[in-house]
Design a protein around this ligand. Structure first.
Ligand code: PLP
Length: 439
């Protein structure tokens, strides 16, 4: 073992898989074994593993100006071009962008932005944030406190009260329904719960609610029809901002430009990272609407600078990577491609697994999906302790397919957006063989 502390391991973990190179949707380990990267790394390598155009754009930028910081308004062309380009893409009016390096730091930026904004407009008490059970928003202290997965909160005394974090129900009908409740009844119940909670807390103390349009790390939850419409109606009624965490769902993943488009969300704030540069260089963005920016201008001289900035905020090479990635998405019509191949993948998964005795639910949209593995198909009972998820992940890997067990017994799929139908067929063959041989 090299003296590395690997993320999300305990300290007895041993090294698992040493990857050496990649090509298209495939990666190869140091023994020469070939795998389909069915998770696009960690929901991020949308253009696959051998996109020389992005590499060339990064190289050119590194050869020209490898770094300048952007504190205090010092700037460079790629950051300005990127913000202009993104403004034309996002479903946020007259958007402004604060760049960072990771999804976690984008969410932290919003945390501070919201406080700064409400201080600026004279409502300092409007500071709590609603998050959802099973939400994943990163690992830094603020973003980690918004994350609701037990492993992210345990051991760290996450300062959820100090940060004003409130938790609402997860919108997962399959695991959250009560008795014979229909989907519509389930939605009404959890939306009523939310409104009761808002009223009990006092809406004037709540700044925003953060949602992943479709969750990733908590098992690819696609909320039922009508959920977001009702959710947004309640939030608007109580003047609570809608904050969309698009770190996974942004840039074509769900078959549209953003998960908000797919799910009918009109966001006030957005966070994204990952597919913004197809992971060729780390970059993230916290997005705010023009009206929020304008409101802060008036007061900013009184309340002082926005005390936020990473050394690598707007790193020139990261901006160059993002610009080229966005250009390729557009030129190659990749979001439409993802929608078409995504429909095909979703259909194949449902055909193969809807009646499978070990699969309780097949879910997803576009090129993100999950199988919920169950020990009892009739009751939907889960296997203990994530055993099935971990086992099936291992069997997939043995069959040359990298997938990821998430939320215990869900097996997630999130292949690069460039995947073709033939490659989906190959993925499906490996997946069927793995699930069948696992039990
Ligand atoms: N938000 C969502 C929805 C995510 O899925 C993730 C990571 O997977 C993050 C935030 C955190 O991003 P990062 O790991 O880049 O900090």
């Amino acid at each position: 073992m090299a003296p590395v502390i690997y993320p999300y391991t305990n300290f007895t973990a041993v090294e698992q898989l040493c990857l050496e190179r990649g090509e298209g949707i495939y990666v190869y380990d140091t023994d020469g074994n070939k795998y389909i990267e069915g998770m696009a790394g960690l929901w991020c390598t949308s253009l696959g593993y051998s996109n020389t155009e992005v590499v060339d754009a990064i190289t050119e930028q590194l050869n020209t100006l490898p770094f300048t910081h952007t504190f205090g308004g010092k700037t460079h062309e790629p950051i300005k071009q990127l913000a202009d380009k993104l403004r034309d893409m996002v479903p946020v009016e007259d958007a402004y962008f604060f760049f960072g390096n990771s999804g976690s730091d984008a969410n932290d930026t919003h945390y501070k932005m919201l406080r700064y904004y409400f201080n600026a407009i004279g409502k300092p008490e409007k500071r709590k944030i609603i998050t959802r059970e099973r939400g994943y928003h990163g690992v830094t202290v603020a973003a980690g406190s918004l994350t609701s997965l037990p492993g992210n909160l345990a051991h760290f005394d996450a300062p959820v009260e100090a940060l004003g974090v409130l938790r609402a129900d997860a919108p997962h009908y399959f695991t959250g329904r009560q008795g014979n409740e229909t989907e519509a009844q389930f939605v009404d119940r959890i939306i009523n719960n939310l409104e009761e909670q808002i009223v009990a807390e006092d809406p004037d103390t709540i700044a925003a609610m953060i949602v992943e349009p479709i969750t990733g790390a908590s098992g690819v939850i696609v909320p039922p029809e009508g959920y977001y419409e009702k959710l947004q109606a309640v939030l608007r009624k109580h003047n609570i901002l809608v904050w969309a965490d698009e770190v996974i769902t942004g840039f074509g993943r769900t078959g549209n430009d953003f998960g908000c488009t797919t799910m009918g969300i009109k966001p006030d704030l957005m966070s994204f990272a990952k597919q913004l540069s197809s992971a060729y260089f780390p970059i993230s963005a916290a997005v705010i609407p023009g009206w929020m920016y304008e409101a802060m201008i008036e007061q900013t001289n009184q309340i002082g600078v926005f005390g936020q900035g990473y050394t690598y905020t707007g790193h020139p090479a990261a901006c160059a990577a993002a610009l080229k990635t966005l250009e390729i998405y557009e030129r190659d019509n990749l979001f439409v491609h993802a929608a078409n191949v995504g429909d095909y993948l979703q259909a194949q998964l449902r055909e193969a697994f809807t009646d499978h005795p070990l699969v309780g639910e097949v879910r997803g949209k576009g090129l993100i999906a999950a199988l919920e593995l169950v020990s009892n198909k009739t009751t939907g009972a889960s296997f203990d302790g994530g055993l099935a998820g971990a086992t099936s992940q291992k069997f997939c890997q043995d069959n040359g397919l990298i997938l990821r067990a998430v939320a215990g017994n869900a097996l997630a799929l999130c292949p690069p957006l460039i995947i073709t139908r033939d490659e989906v067929d190959e993925l499906m063959d490996k997946l069927k063989a793995a699930i069948d041989s696992a039990y």
